[in-house]
Design a protein around this ligand. Sequence first.
Ligand SMILES: [Zn+2]
Length: 311
Amino acid sequence: MHHVFLIASLRCNITGASNIRPFGLGPGQPAAVFVRRHCGYSICRSGTHGLRHYRESIGKLQECSAALNAKNLAFVIQLGDLVDGGIDNLDRILPVFDRIRAPKHHVLGNHDFCAERNVLLKRLNMPAAYYQFSEPAWRFAVLDGMNISVAGRWPEGSDNLQNGRSILADLKSEHTPNAQTWNGAVGEEQQQWLAKLLSDADARKQRVIVFAHFPALAASCRPNHLLWDHQQIVKLLEAHSSVKAFLNGHDHNGGYGQQAGIHYVTFPAMVEHSAAESCNVVSVYQDRLEIRSALEKSARPNSPRVLKLAN
Ligand SMILES: [Zn+2]
């Protein structure tokens, strides 16, 4: 049995997965593979912007798509910031992403809100800004880290915007590094949705992987990139034995931390890294996750990062 997921974080962030099979695994058999990469593409920018080689990202995405189509992936999920600089750029990057044959899922990132929410949801064929999907024995929760924000395209007068302004003002008064307009919060309503999902997964003895654009654990990223309500999210995750990993983008440098048996992985961004570095596959076994480049060209597999899973 072999479950394969592709996780991609672009500036654009792209994720996907294909061919997840039932979880009745023998020792050493992978249950799933995740790939993640992070690219950035903006035709509005003149080729490069500092380290961010936006225009190169579409080429990297093409390279990644071809590599992924040679694999038996359960799904592909992009981790947000698929587009930058205007909705017109989505017309350039999305067809390349859609060449990936595996089932595709999306996470919304802060840069994606160069477009209206309803436009994004429709164009990306998303059921909602936060949602779940599942495979036998596994549940996957996708979060909207701009649910409470000042830059998440919420209308004037909405609670999401008003609460965003309030939280940002509080964080600024406390001089926290993540008091940035380009960050956001999951918020209470979405936390309640997540808690219910996790309780149900606990009861069903399912395992959960959470996908998000923003990092939640301080050890997994630079501090100015953290979700505004990262502490509440970590506390919520740790209250549920089903949670095994939290996989995100946003911090282009990437990062990793582990706490209370939960792995927090920030995948490096394609916009500042090679396709080989930023396009990764996560293989999910019963006792571990293995993360490796999706673009390993030699016959010898590259060295995976092995993350042990608690029972
Ligand atoms: Zn971002």
